[in-house]
Each structure stands twice: as C-alpha cells, then as structure tokens.
Design a protein around this ligand. Structure first.
Ligand code: FMN
Length: 184
C-alpha cells in the first residue's frame, strides 16, 4: 500500500525476510532417464530420518528433474564447495533444462534444450544408475525415491540414501555464502 509515496511493509514482508534467514545448503540434484543425465540446483534438501536413512527434497511441479524422477526414481545429491569452482558450478545449474520453463521466450528460444552438464567433470553413479556425481562436489549422496508427496506448489520427494561419501576438502556452499535466496 502506498501512503504519501511510502510503500508500507506488510506482515508478509516480515515473514519472507524471516524465511530468508534460514540457512540452506546449495546442492546439484542429478537425474537420469536413460539418455543424457540432467542436473538442477536445489536448496530445499534435508535429512528426515536416521533409520532408515531418509532425505526429502522439494521439487517445482514443472521441473524436468521431477518428471525424470517419476520415470526413473534414482537421483544423486551433490553438495557444492565454497572454494574452487563451486560458485561457477552453481551459476551453471540455475537454468532449466527446457528453455520453455522460462516464461516470455520466443518459440525458437523456448524450443532449446540446455545440456547443463556440458564441460562439467562428472562420472555416472552405479547405485543411482546413470545419475551424475560431480567431481568437484564436496560430498555426494546416491538416493532412491520412496514417496512423492504433494506439498503446496512443490512436490516433496522422500528418498532412501543408498550411499554417500565426502570427496573433497572444503566448506559447503550455502545460501548465506551465495546471497541467493530461494525461500520466502
Ligand atoms: C538458489 C536456488 C535454489 C533452488 N532450489 C530449488 C529447490 O530446492 N527445488 C526446486 O525444485 N527448484 C529449485 N530451484 C529452481 C530450479 O533449479 C529450477 O527450477 C530449474 O529450472 C529446474 O531445472 P530442470 O527443469 O532442469 O529440472 C532453485 C534455484 C536457485 C537459483
């Protein structure tokens, strides 16, 4: 609301800012569908059970990664590193695989499929068949989706952790470090 040229803060502004204060890790979730693997940046990833060891990750309903997961339920979670090329890797994975996901593009631009993994060093997981493990990830998990739960505008995927390993020294890339907010 505008009052004498001043925009008044609302309760929603307070809540959004409080949500921005929650710290998140910055992950690259790797999926496969029999063809070329895909990878997307995500920060809504957390452990939700010790025994069995389960994590949950929230996916946008129209992400191509979620569509892949519904067909091939394995995925990898790559935790990025603050040092080295962590920020550059993160920036690379923010775009969607299908350019049409970004509204307002021309038909020609929207028809493009982006291979975000081109030029990135990775190997394919055996336990999460065909899913990418990034060489420069601080640590990674290999997971198998158990449940798909509708959660507002996202779908929560609850998954078993089949295996995980730390693989590089460093500190985890976080939303506090990047200053990027996917929250609120
Ligand atoms: C910092 C950051 C964090 C993000 N976290 C998530 C997330 O937790 N879940 C999600 O579905 N999308 C998240 N996104 C958006 C996805 O990366 C984006 O929608 C992407 O287009 C999906 O890629 P895909 O279509 O190749 O699967 C995030 C984006 C940024 C920039």
């Amino acid at each position: 609301m505008v009052d004498g040229g001043k925009i008044e803060r609302t309760e929603d502004d307070d809540t959004r800012e409080a949500m921005h204060e929650l710290p998140y890790g910055i992950y690259v979730i790797g999926t496969a569908d029999g063809g070329r693997p895909n990878a997307m940046i995500a920060d809504w990833v957390m452990q939700v059970s010790f025994r069995p060891r389960l994590i949950a990750a929230a996916f946008e309903r129209d992400s191509s990664s979620l569509a892949r997961l519904r067909g091939h339920r394995w995925f990898t979670v790559n935790l990025l590193n603050q040092s080295g090329n962590g920020m550059a890797l993160a920036a690379r994975f923010v775009q969607p695989a299908d350019a049409s996901k970004v509204r307002g593009r021309s038909d020609e631009a929207a028809a493009r499929h982006i291979d975000k993994l081109e030029g990135v060093d990775f190997r394919l997981s055996q336990r999460a068949p065909g899913c990418p493990i990034l060489d420069d990830a601080l640590a990674y998990l290999e997971c198998e989706a158990d449940e798909f739960v509708d959660a507002g505008d996202h779908v929560l995927v609850i998954a078993r952790v089949l295996y995980g390993a730390p693989q590089n020294a460093g500190e985890p890339l976080t939303s506090t470090f990047t200053g990027w907010s996917y929250s609120g």
